[in-house]
Design a protein around this ligand. Structure first.
Ligand code: S3P
Length: 455
């Protein structure tokens, strides 16, 4: 049954955004293979991070809740299993891809499966570099006949113990993927020598930062190409073998900029709005959307509360209603805002003039084909949108739809939340279902409702 999206006149007040999903995954994974006990404050509760926690529990790690924190008893670099294990990543690509790096270096076989939607997501990108290091991973044939039948690397994965030690490699990332980069970095901890990852275009660097926190040796060098273009530029990442990781004792997860993005755009589009978002992760490799919105004319102010070498920068954001104008977003900005394209398209739909978002083919292999989902929902709302042959999205801003609108979530959390934001601004809108939102942001609808009651 479809649900009605309630219209909002304005949005005023403070919104408590949940913890960062990417950092939560990495925190519980590294806390599991280090020595010592780690208390993770403000760990995100959602179905994706639940998947990572249940895999780690199945691998023998003790993880429990204690007054709002997640406490993890590290097992050291090797999980003590002596027979094959079946793991289930549910819908979480991050769980499957990042843990594959760790499992490649274990002494037992893992059979790693996921939900129907995860079974449609490509895994060759992670299998290829890990097997180059000496891992023994095989994927499965695609279930969906519309896929290229020559490509057999979809879940379930079989990860067999390597014959001997993994080898350090030099690897250039063919796609700007933080999940692939992180899998290789974790495997590199177990290798016989250093690994160098060449990243032609920067993407989120939480693993690099967190490995340092757990006392692993990681060096990041900006290459000549990147000088003066720190956030988007090329990097070389050197990862060194580690005999052990050391727990930092406690760590606290900042709020997720990707979740904040929905409220940022809502605050910009509804007149007379002013929203305050506190303790948000302000890592530059996540802030592509912030930079693009500012170019569009957005009134967003940030106050940095904490930053520093290797740490995750965090701070507060104040967002005021603004009139936006269309811009061009270059393809090298995309990895810095890969999860925010659906909500950027909502902002572009409200902006004056044309917005061109270049090179977004990666959207096709997210939880759903997000390019098709954007096209469908914006067209439902009467917005002129097209996809170019180069996989760029072109949107001509301006709302003029008077009829009732029914959006679709396509089973994808970020598509659903973007449609709900658009529907709250337009009024007279419904969406087919919203249960998928629990993947990253279970409280999204109640936070939206809390803004409504403050009207
Ligand atoms: C993530 C990386 C991104 C992002 C995903 C989370 C991560 O995926 O889309 O939501 O935590 O590393 P890719 O690395 O595939 O781009």
């Amino acid at each position: 049954m479809s649900c009605k999206i309630e219209a909002l006149k304005n949005a005023v007040g403070t919104v408590n955004i949940p913890a960062d999903k990417s950092i939560s995954h990495r925190a519980v994974i590294l806390a599991s293979v280090c020595e010592g006990i780690t208390e993770i404050k403000n760990f995100l509760n959602c179905s994706d991070t639940d998947a990572t926690v249940s895999c780690l529990k199945k691998l023998g790690v003790k993880v429990y809740r204690d007054f709002g924190s997640l406490v993890v008893k590290g097992k050291g670099m090797q999980f003590a299993l002596n027979k094959p294990v079946e793991l289930y990543a549910n819908e979480s690509g991050t769980t499957m891809r990042i843990l594959s790096g760790l499992l490649s270096a274990q002494k037992f076989t893992s059979i790693f499966d996921g939900s129907t939607s995860l079974r449609r997501r490509p895994m060759a990108r992670v299998i290829e570099p890990l097997n180059k290091m000496g891992a023994r991973i095989t994927g499965s044939a695609p279930r969906n006949s519309s896929r290229n039948s020559a490509d057999t690397a979809y879940p379930p994965l079989s990860i067999f113990p390597a014959k001997g030690k993994l080898e350090g490699i030099e690897y250039e990332l063919p796609v700007a993927s933080a999940q692939v980069k992180s899998a290789v970095m974790l495997a590199a901890l177990y290798a016989d020598g250093p690994t160098m990852i060449n990243e032609p275009c920067a993407c989120r660097d939480h693993t690099e930062r967190m490995l340092k926190l757990f006392k692993a040796k990681v060096e990041v060098k900006e290459t000549v190409k990147a000088k003066g273009k720190k956030e988007t530029g090329a990097r070389e990442i050197f990862c060194y073998p580690a005999s052990k990781l050391v727990s930092p004792g406690e760590l606290s997860i900042p709020s997720d900029f990707s979740s904040a993005a929905f409220f940022i755009v809502l605050g910009l589009l509804l007149k007379d709005s002013e929203i305050m978002l506190k303790d948000i992760n302000l890592n530059p490799t996540r802030l592509g959307l912030l930079n693009v919105l500012k170019r569009m004319g957005a009134d967003i102010k940030e106050v940095i509360l904490e930053s520093g070498e290797g740490r995750e920068p965090r701070g507060n954001l104040t967002v005021k209603a603004s009139s936006l104008s269309g811009v061009t977003v270059a393809s090298d900005e995309i990895p810095l805002m890969i999860d925010e394209i659906p909500i950027l398209c909502v902002a572009a739909a409200a902006a004056k003039g044309k917005t061109l978002i270049e090179g977004v083919s990666e959207l096709k292999v997210k939880e759903t084909d997000r390019m098709a989902a954007i096209l469908y929902n914006l067209r439902q709302a009467g917005i002129k949108v097209s996809i170019t042959p180069e996989n760029s999205i072109c949107i001509k801003g301006g709302f003029n739809c008077k009829r009732e609108i029914l959006f679709k979530s396509f089973g994808d959390h970020r598509t659903a939340m973007s449609a709900v934001v658009l529907g709250s601004v337009l009024g007279n809108c419904s969406i087919d279902e919203i249960s998928c939102i629990k993947k990253s942001f279970p409280d999204f609808i109640s936070l939206l409702k809390s803004l409504r009651s403050r009207k």
